[in-house]
Ligand binder design. Sequence first.
Ligand SMILES: *Cc1c(COP(=O)(O)O)cnc(C)c1O
Length: 495
Amino acid sequence: MKKELRNIGRFRKAGYQAIDRICDYYYSLEDKPVVAQVEPGYLRKLLPDAAPETGEPFQTIADDFQKQIMPGITHWQHPSFFGYFPTASTLAGTIGDLYASSVAGPGFNWLCSPAATELEAITMDWAAKLFGLDEVFMASSLKGGGVIQPTASDSCLTAVVAARSRFSKLHPETHLQNLVIYGTTMTHSLGAKAALILGLSFRALEVSRDDAYGLRGETLQKALREDRAAGKIPFILIATIGTTSSCAIDNITEIEQAVKEYPELWIHIDAAYAGVTLTCPEFREMCHLDAINRFAHSFCTNFHKWGLVNFEASGMWVRDRTLLTDALDVTPEFLRTKHSEEGTVIDYRNWQLALGKRFRALKLWFVLRSYGAEGFRAHIRKGIKQAELFATRIRESKKFEIVAPPSFALVVFRIIGSVNEGSPPPSLAQLNSLNRIFHQRVSARPDIFVIQTDIEGMYCMRFVPGAERTEDKHIEAAVRLFEEEATKALQEWEA
Ligand SMILES: *Cc1c(COP(=O)(O)O)cnc(C)c1O
């Protein structure tokens, strides 16, 4: 008992200190380099090559966290982090996660911890309501419902596995190797990866600049006809709202018409980044919410990107829960429970690939309650406004051009060469080399982070605000920094 008290006392002390240090961390983010300034293998040089034989005090470990680990951290919550897409970490999410750690259980069946399952179903219903998803996607409808997957890749793979199982049950004679997953050349690599894992093929349909890189119904229809005629079997389309490269939106409304003759085609919506904008009614039309509500089989958005919930928490909703449970329910005797047999509860192990799961609903619950719908919407609108501010400044500058118009909070831009009177405009290859120089210069700066992308052979930069701590002044500072580096890149390029 004494030892137990002593341990708890130590935890209390270390815990208070950890919270203090976490707070200090958040409020000193701006003084840190955005990207870790270390070389590969830096940590192996600092750490012993085996775990200690005898336990060490928390204080020593906590201090080493500051000294050894922190320098190797890239600060995704830094107000000048504009790379990839944002990854959320909020104080509310952190507290939820902390409590989840304290009551850890694997949550695979309702009985594992009834609260974990029920809170997940309830908070996913709350979120569905917040996004304007149809009631059928809510667990309360007893038809569909939501499940928190680790990542959008898991959500997609789960959908593909379920779609394959559904198709082969409908057509037991099917040669599975003929099944084709559809997406576009802009679809996230999760589509190709699902195909790789499952031994299926992935067909990337062409999209064009004229359509802002979104999939058109006609393109899909043509491909489906072609493939069917060639003996291939279309069984799932991964449609994206907000692609990674340019935040393109597939035309779900047209797709609904295009797939009328293909009732067996599963439609999975990957809105990993942009789906959270559905909290704001003004984005629902451009996200084709009505069409999604009418015919999508599954919908995914990541709370852990722009949605204020600490990594990882990918929301996945299905219109019909039996589509998942029919595919994924494997119940050996030891997993049978009275409640499951009676069908009165959800057992999330049948809604996902893994057996166990973290109690992720707790951080979602803390976030949704502490921000409220209003706070959530305000956060999304702030990101959009900052992207617009950035685009305005870039347009005002003579050194850059916008390559893909601002979509959600993503702006794709590139530096353009100065055109001298009488000399021909620079070629694509020349501009690409200029943009590479520009990107290298910007990447060498510790005070900002952006990444590049390729759009139809054009080397471009992506700029995405969305961190909770980013303010307008950080956007203005980023523009000034880009101007400065553009001037130097032009000098370097012309030399
Ligand atoms: C980020 C992103 C993904 C991958 O998300 P994970 O949760 O890391 O798997 C997939 N699709 C889109 C559109 C994304 O933006």
